[in-house]
Design a protein around this ligand. Structure first.
Ligand SMILES: [Mn+2]
Length: 444
């Protein structure tokens, strides 16, 4: 597993005759100037290459031979008093199976023994530190090389993602069973976290969003304290993390479990766009094409509902979709929720409303893992100025939009592994209206 990752990285530097790769693992963070420790979670690149999820480690890899060295912290007895144990080099050797294990104060000596031509570092800071002894460093290539490797998942990685997805699926189903008006958003979070934690997944891959009513149109809603009200939307964007690998799933449904006619029409527009996009997550297609197609599908739906008006091509050209769908269609998923590899060298972000934040722009290949998450939102901060804008206002039916301006929004998000010619959807949570209504009704 992690040896496979190191072998992939070594391939990227195959022209090198005597180079080293150096990475520093993560450390513990404290809350401001206190002794409150945030739970430790390894830096993703370090975890990817070593499998070590403990603080204060370093690693070196000699490129031509592939020999990898693990540098472990030299702890004193006080550490054991507060943290339980002090492990020896032999303990770490058995646990992580590096080619060589050393204490961290031996780093300089080991580097010196190679007399490397160049040392590849992840960032400027570590390059500066390592370069202090006069070694030539490069902080440019390693990050891109790791992004290139991490973007295509191995079978083992896909299995970790499946396990995270399985727990996220169960937790999302539970929320559909317990949702009812009068509950607080944090009670919904508690239900989700109960499933996640009781399955041993202590880390959240990202701060979940538990948003009702108008909060469902706030893309990074963090409040989590509002009461769920009859007739409103509830949007939950929450996942799980297994061995560092993330699930990232969103569902939106009416708090009372029954879609109104208006909610149903709007919901089906998003669902239809999402299903179309997932069908097109196949090798050879490009993420931006999928994004534009989903935007077009949803604009077409809004046009048929009479919320926007005009000829579809013209509406697209005027970026009217971005008023209702102001984020990217999806992103890579892996050790990071917004995983690396979205922009390979030479591909720039497109400076166009709605596309600017699209995190994954590259041709789809087998082994990539993506989220597909279209959404439609009534965001007063975007729509109100648009009503006043001479150019945009003529494409908007303000009279029909205004009554819904504070009703929130809908997002539906699944996680998809690209396979040869097709894909595997890891998310198995009801998203058809009839399935959602049935599940919500089942426990009431
Ligand atoms: Mn996402």
């Amino acid at each position: 597993m992690h040896s496979e990752h190191r072998a992939k990285l070594k391939e990227c530097f195959q022209e090198e005759t005597n180079a080293l790769i150096y990475l520093e693992g993560g450390t513990v963070y404290h809350r401001y100037d206190t002794d409150f420790e945030y739970p430790f979670r390894q830096e993703s690149n370090f975890w990817y290459l070593t499998g070590v999820n403990e603080p204060d480690f370093h690693m070196l890899m000699h490129v031509p031979s592939g020999t990898w060295h693990l540098f472990v912290p030299r702890r004193d007895a006080q550490f054991a008093v507060w943290n339980g144990y002090v492990f020896t080099k032999d303990d770490y050797n058995a646990r992580y199976k590096p080619d060589k294990v050393h204490y961290d104060d031996e780093l300089e000596e080991v580097i010196g023994s190679y007399k490397p031509e160049r040392i590849y570092c992840l960032d400027e800071d570590s390059a500066e530190e390592i370069g202090e002894s006069g070694w030539q460093t490069d902080d440019n290539l390693l990050k891109d090389a790791l992004a290139y490797c991490r973007c295509i998942k191995t079978d083992w990685e896909c299995n970790q993602l499946r396990k995270a997805a399985d727990v996220a699926n169960t937790a999302h189903r539970r929320l559909m069973k317990v949702v009812r008006h009068g509950m607080k958003e944090y009670e919904m979070k508690a239900e989700f976290d109960y499933v996640r934690l009781s399955r041993g997944m202590v880390h959240e891959p990202y701060s979940g969003i538990y948003a009702s009513g108008p909060g469902s149109a706030i893309l990074h809603y963090v409040n989590c304290d509002r009461q769920l009200k009859d007739g409103e939307w509830f949007l939950v964007d929450a996942g799980a993390e297994h061995n560092g690998y993330a699930a990232d799933v969103t569902r939106t449904y009416p708090v009372n479990g029954k879609f109104t006619e208006f909610q149903a029409e709007l919901y089906d527009i998003v669902l239809n766009a999402q299903n179309n996009a997932i069908d097109n997550v196949i090798p050879g297609n490009k993420m931006e094409e999928l994004h534009l197609q989903a935007s077009r599908d949803m604009l077409d739906g809004l046009n048929q509902m009479g919320l926007v008006k005009g000829e579809l091509d013209e509406l697209m050209e005027k970026n009217i979709f971005a008023l209702f769908f102001p984020h990217g269609l999806g992103h890579f998923l892996g050790l990071d929720t917004h995983d690396v590899g979205g922009y390979p060298k030479g591909v720039e972000k497109i400076d166009r409303p709605g596309l600017k934040f699209l995190r994954a722009r590259r041709t789809i290949e087998p082994g990539m893992v993506l989220t597909i998450e279209p959404g439609l939102y009534f965001i007063p901060a975007l729509l109100k100025p648009a009503f006043e804008d001479e150019e945009k206002s003529r494409y908007l039916n303000a009279d029909k939009i205004e009554p819904h301006l504070h009703s929130g929004g809908i997002r539906i998000e699944d996680n998809v592994i690209v396979t040869n010619g097709s894909n595997e959807n890891l998310t198995n949570v009801p998203k058809e209206r009839s399935e959602i209504e049935a599940l919500i009704a089942s426990e009431h």
